[in-house]
Design a protein around this ligand. Structure first.
Ligand SMILES: [Zn+2]
Length: 241
């Protein structure tokens, strides 16, 4: 029985190492994924700005054409003014010139404002493009590191898996099945140490009589709370780790 317990403890230790490697790999990839998403978002923002910029440029050309046309119209009216017969007609054309000048002034103000906005937008686009390029450079460097790391971790993992399979063969079949089921249902931890009467898997106390039974190590007991297979883990062992 003691042998069975030792074998299970060892198997659990190896599986936790495998779990740690898997976690390390996943962490590396999730960092990469996050950066990739940030770049994608930035690229979307650039596309949006470019669309706005295009609309702005279109409006700018419209305004420029309007202003030119109106200036032509003013010139035309001013020429006409010289050949006028009646005072009434003269006043009417004069008013037309004034009105046109007024509306042109508004167009010019709008144009100036628009030019400022378009410039700011262009600067913003340049800034984001630069940031994107920086991020992409970082991403490809990180990718390289992660891939190198993954190769190492994979090699490490396959070594551990081999040891794991050897260890699993040592474990009695009936315990192994229970172990695998628990491992799946209990986040990878099937075997839990009990220190000072507390199960380290779920942090709950076990009944004192059960703790005494546990110390005798003549059966593999399950935690009444989390159902994990238990063993007695003294504090000294805890400090060594
Ligand atoms: Zn427990």
């Amino acid at each position: 029985m003691k042998e069975d317990i030792r074998n299970l403890i060892e198997l659990q230790a190896i599986d936790l190492e495998v779990y740690k490697i898997d976690e390390q790999m996943a962490q590396g990839y999730s960092g990469i994924e996050q950066r990739r998403q940030e770049i994608e978002e930035a690229q979307n923002t650039i596309a949006e700005y470019k669309e706005q910029l295009e609309l702005g440029e279109k409006r700018r050309r419209e305004l420029e054409t309007t202003i030119e046309d109106e200036q032509e119209r003013i010139k035309d009216r001013q020429t006409k003014l010289m050949n006028i017969q009646t005072n009434r007609e003269y006043q009417s054309i004069l008013k037309e010139i004034e009105d046109t000048k007024q509306s042109n002034k508004q167009s010019e103000e709008e144009l100036l404002l628009l030019i400022e906005q378009l410039e700011a937008m262009q600067n913003k686009i340049v800034e984001i493009i630069k940031k994107c390029a920086d991020e992409e450079a970082k991403l490809s460097a990180e990718n390289k590191v992660i891939e190198d790391e993954a190769v190492k971790l994979e090699a490490q993992k396959s070594k551990i898996i081999k040891a794991r399979n050897n260890q699993a063969e040592k474990v009695d079949k009936k315990y192994l099945k229970r172990y695998e089921t628990l491992k799946e249902r209990r986040n990878g931890l099937a075997v839990a140490g009990v220190t000072k009467g507390v199960c380290q898997g779920c942090n709950m106390n076990i009944p004192p009589q059960m703790f005494n039974d546990l110390l005798r190590e003549d059966a593999i007991l399950s935690c009444p709370t989390c159902n994990r297979m238990m063993y007695h883990k003294s504090e000294e062992i805890d400090n060594e780790e």
